[in-house]
Design a protein around this ligand. Structure first.
Ligand code: ZN
Length: 272
């Protein structure tokens, strides 16, 4: 009973803050490899698709979301977003299945890995780039490092080189970025803004909301064992804390969360 009450309360809180669930997928293989906690099998992904459609939420791109957070455009009443990191070969089919049901997807590409192993090939990238509104392409560095552990020069290199490489490959401007492992700090975030990105996605395993940071949008990681029911709960704004209430972060993350929280309080007028 207490769990139900807790869930109802977090749903309420998230609803009050305007919950914006952003799902983060990685590989969607035919069968889930037992050693990869982040792979979601095709069959399971199908059940997630149903949950997304049943949620009645309006899927948007990360760019649209960021513009909404900055007040540059109106967001739909109950927005959500679906994102994929790293860009695997099997991302193309997953994105197709979303698009078939009218759901756009954002795909963050690690440019140094294109065409290697089970990662997306150049021709598949071109295929995704031709989907128009259905696919938003974003940069995810060249080498997928923990950016907060690099010196600033290397941070800038990873951020700008992945942007220009991706732009060269798809022939259009790339405006969104995702931090590998969700790892960022103030320097990294500023380097991303300086490089000309207009939005960035983090991880946080929390639910984004109307006061979230457009350059560190919270996402919830979908894993191998995530059920359709869990997806439904997340899309209802429950099952995970709103981004600013997430205090169970480790080490460095805690400092970042504290800072983010302060920014939100300031933005809400609490500190002024
Ligand atoms: Zn990644």
């Amino acid at each position: 009973v207490s769990e139900t009450i807790f869930m109802a309360r977090s749903a309420d809180r998230a609803a009050n803050g305007g919950a914006i669930p952003v799902l983060l997928y990685h590989s969607v293989p035919a069968a889930e490899p037992p050693d990869d906690p982040l792979s979601v099998s095709k069959a399971r992904f199908g059940s997630h698709l149903d949950a997304i459609c049943d949620s009645g939420r309006v899927p948007v791109s990360i760019e649209a979301l960021a513009e909404g957070l900055r007040g540059e455009r109106d967001l739909p009443e109950r927005p959500m977003a679906v994102t994929f990191d790293d860009a695997y070969e099997d991302t193309v089919e997953a994105v197709d299945r979303l698009n078939e049901r009218g759901i756009p997807a954002s795909v963050y590409v690690t440019t140094g890995q294109i065409g290697t192993g089970e990662m997306l090939r150049c021709d598949q990238l071109a295929q995704l780039a031709s989907r128009g509104e259905g696919v938003e392409l974003g940069a995810h560095t060249v080498n997928h490092p923990y950016l907060d552990e690099l010196d600033l020069e290397r941070v800038r290199e990873e951020v700008t080189a992945s942007k220009s490489r991706l732009e060269e490959l798809v022939g259009r401007e790339i405006g969104t970025f995702a931090y590998p492992y969700g790892a960022y700090d103030r320097r990294v975030r500023e380097a991303v803004i300086d490089a000309g990105f207009r939005s960035a996605a983090s991880v946080k395993n929390a639910i984004s909301h109307r006061c979230d940071d457009p350059w560190a949008i919270a996402r919830w990681t979908v894993g191998r064992t995530t059920t359709a029911e869990e997806i439904a709960r997340i899309l209802a704004g429950a099952g995970a804390p709103p981004a600013w209430q997430h205090v169970r972060l480790r080490t460095r993350g805690y400092r970042i969360a504290r800072r983010a929280r302060r920014r939100i309080v300031e933005r809400l007028g609490g500190a002024r």
